[in-house]
Design a protein around this ligand. Sequence first.
Ligand code: NIG
Ligand code: FE
Length: 401
Amino acid sequence: MIFDRVWLDAHLCTMVSREGDPLGVIEDGAIAAKDGRIAWVGPRADLPGGAEITTRCDGAWILPGLIDCHTHLIFAGDRAREFEMRLEGASYEAIAKAGGGILSTVRATRDATEDALVQAALPRLDQLLAEGVTTIEVKSGYGLDLPTEARMLRAARRLPGLRQLSLQTSLLAAHATPPEFAGRTAEFARHVAEDILPAIAAEGLADAVDAFTDSAIGFTAEQTAWVFDAAQRAGLPVKLHADQLRDDGGCALAAGYGALSADHIEYASPDGIAAMAQAGTVGVLLPGAFYFIRETHFPDIATMRAAGLRIALATDLNPGSCPAPSLLLMLNMGCTLFRLTVAEALAGVTRNAAAALGLADRGTLTPGLRCDLALYGISRPAELCYWIGRNPCLGRVVGGA
Ligand code: NIG
Ligand code: FE
């Protein structure tokens, strides 16, 4: 018994590019786990030795467990009323400027207990997991004060104790200017950099620091830099909501800090894209938010491809711009709206999503990596991008279990 467990009669989508096949498909393959790690991957006929437990997969497809690298999973309330207002003609930006938008979720989240935040998040989380997600990133950003930002992150950190999953947290205190700092955005950005961020870092509640750079409803490049400088002092990597609604130079700013990722990036300039590719900053596309706020300016995929930018796809699950707890839907939207190939879309929720979180131990089916798997009842990988609102996931394996 050299392995703890093997899976047989499966087709493998290793996501390790080989011989002109970017998906690294192994038909009639086998995968073996030992001590929570992948121990062996290959054609079934070559599988060495035996295992304690053998699972026959009846021709299912196995992919690396999916990674949702950008979510705002923890929040209270909803924004259905705003959705109605937008149907009546108001824009996402106009609602935010009138004190709605992110700030209406801030009011609800400040009023919620840690338990209430956990309970509200679980049904949304369960939908993501049911589709084969094994790693999720969760941001704060609906507290905008130290107690509530900390409460959101503590609520997020409780989720792996309640469900089988691996979780990364990001502090997004620089998400909007809270009412008590109205008209004093610069002062709030300093408060984030000097008080909130160091306290969160000291408690070890965040794995990364995020911000929303936007000249109309977010933070300027200069204010974002104060927060990023503080993140660097605390030894935390950064990522950025960048160039979502206009080109504010967010991508170049993120690249300049060696950010793990710059996200949204609909308005990223060719220079911004080049800077990201150069710095190794992953471009995270959020087609659900693009769709839901009816954005019309497309991300420049051709320039991203030409630059060799690593592209990830995520849900951006949040009450305002993407109330969609489905990463499979984002695969479809990434292909349909942005014309990503199937291989690009699947890399975007596995290998490149791992890179967007700075996680080198997952994202492909490779010996030595975590044994996080997603099993699907499909006839070919393209089916994962093809269906709308159909979930062919048969099961998940998290850390070999
Ligand atoms: O990723 N751009 C800012 N932040 C979120 C939206 C948050 C909200 O509207 O509640 C986003 O789209
Ligand atoms: Fe977001």
